[in-house]
Design a protein around this ligand. Structure first.
Ligand code: E4P
Length: 221
């Protein structure tokens, strides 16, 4: 499982990167808006923090050629190498842009996915990652985990190169269930990343070890 942080909050990212084995960051216009940073400051800050990790940035144009122009501009403006992924929504124009970007050697993450077919078509169009929105599906009485599981199965069935980037989480349980459904990666907001590694029994156990260690150690560490 590849873990990525779904945030542009640079302070939070710095904290998370200090201990969590993250392999990238994803953003969208809403996330960037909430970060409070101007676009260039946010992306530059993220780029610095991730090092050689992945940076997935969403294109906001509606037309294919504009999306392609946007992606190329990001690559040159921020001097991104292969760790840049252009997030492209799965619209008709988006699918066209994916094909052009792949031909130009630019990585693609297909986003705003709500069905297995949208993901399958995106991978046929060359998407490296496909991002189904789990919570948004669950919230409309659909089944986010099932969609993730179906896409995972399709990848194996057809021997596709794409990976599932499960997205849009509101609970730790959803993350547990996409992991068990075989999602290759998940992008998770800071609050849930912190909660994910928490267990009260761990805290109690560690506390007891500390108490038992008092006065026991006669070696300086
Ligand atoms: C990530 O790529 C998605 O844009 C994001 O996870 C959507 O999350 P939301 O449904 O919480 O807005």
């Amino acid at each position: 499982m590849i873990y990525m942080a779904d945030t542009a909050d640079l302070e939070e990212l710095r904290k998370l990167y200090s201990f969590f084995p993250l392999e990238g960051v994803t953003t969208n216009p809403t996330i960037l808006l909430h970060s409070g940073y101007k676009l260039s400051v946010a992306i530059e800050g993220i780029q610095e923090l991730v090092g050689t990790g992945m940076v997935h940035v969403q294109m906001i144009s509606g037309e294919s050629d504009d999306m392609v122009r946007e992606a190329k501009k990001y690559r040159s403006y921020f001097d991104f190498g292969d760790n840049f992924y252009a997030k492209i929504p799965v619209t008709a124009n988006g699918y066209r842009a994916m094909r052009i970007l792949k031909d130009a050697g630019i990585n693609v993450t297909a986003t705003a996915i709500f069905t297995q077919q949208q993901a399958l078509v995106a991978m046929k169009a060359g998407a490296d990652f496909v991002a189904p929105y789990v919570s948004r599906l669950d919230n409309i009485s659909s089944h986010g985990i099932e969609v993730v599981g179906d896409i995972v199965e399709n990848i194996a069935l057809y021997g596709l190169n794409g990976k599932v980037l499960a997205a849009s989480f509101k609970t730790v349980d959803q993350i547990y269930r996409v992991s068990m459904a075989g999602a290759h990666s998940a992008t998770i907001g800071p609050e849930l990343l912190h909660q994910l590694i928490k267990h009260p029994m761990t805290d109690i156990g560690v506390k007891q070890f500390e108490i038992d260690a008092e006065g026991l150690y006669d070696i300086e560490f």
